[in-house]
Design a binder for this molecule. Sequence first.
Ligand SMILES: [Zn+2]
Ligand SMILES: [Zn+2]
Length: 243
Amino acid sequence: MKKGMAGRRGIGDSAEIESLIAQDGCPACNACVQGLSRYSFWFFNQSYAEGSAVGQYVRNWGFCIRHTAMMASAGPVWQKSAIYGWIIRNQLPGLKRLAGSLRRRAPHYVNRRMARGRMRKTVDAVAPTGACVFCEHEEQTAHDCISELLEAVSEEKGRSIYEKSSGLCMRHFFLMLDRFCEPAYARRISVLVDLQIARLEELGASIEEFFRKSDYRRSDEPKGEEQTAWSRAASRFVGRLDG
Ligand SMILES: [Zn+2]
Ligand SMILES: [Zn+2]
């Protein structure tokens, strides 16, 4: 088990992972939301000015849409101004080189291929690369959480808590399959796959119930939670969006 890594993200003991599993919703999403809150505090107070972080958000032209929205509602103005000031200052020269190459007269046909190659290079030099720093942090947190989750379900107590839980959203379920799909994890993964099937079957049945009650001959039956089954299905597929 990657205790060191997990500890760094704040998921270091069985009590914490059991608490995450027992909470409503996907445990990896819940770990990401809690981890992001801690990370963004640290980011705006320190790492926003550190070379590696600066390089990453400059190359990425900022952050993804979701985390830019998060920054819009949180984070200190001085730091956010510095961040966008650095991005603009560092990326403008590349854009000016692109502008210069676009203004040059097109060379004759024989050299057109070379010219296209050169132009492609100047475009590539300004295109966003790498990942959003917050997304990258979330992915590591989710990975650590899933690692702890697989450890927890290898024991009776953790398995019993997990079997009563909401389970993973499909996004983190596929991350789990992608990262941990190896024979040593097969029995633990099967616990997670079985729960995923059970939760999807429940949702599918609830959606069928919605259509059954939509029949005019049953219009006098009281409406229930089948009316919002689509919404729970949507959450099941993507997880929490408030991270
Ligand atoms: Zn999730
Ligand atoms: Zn992001």
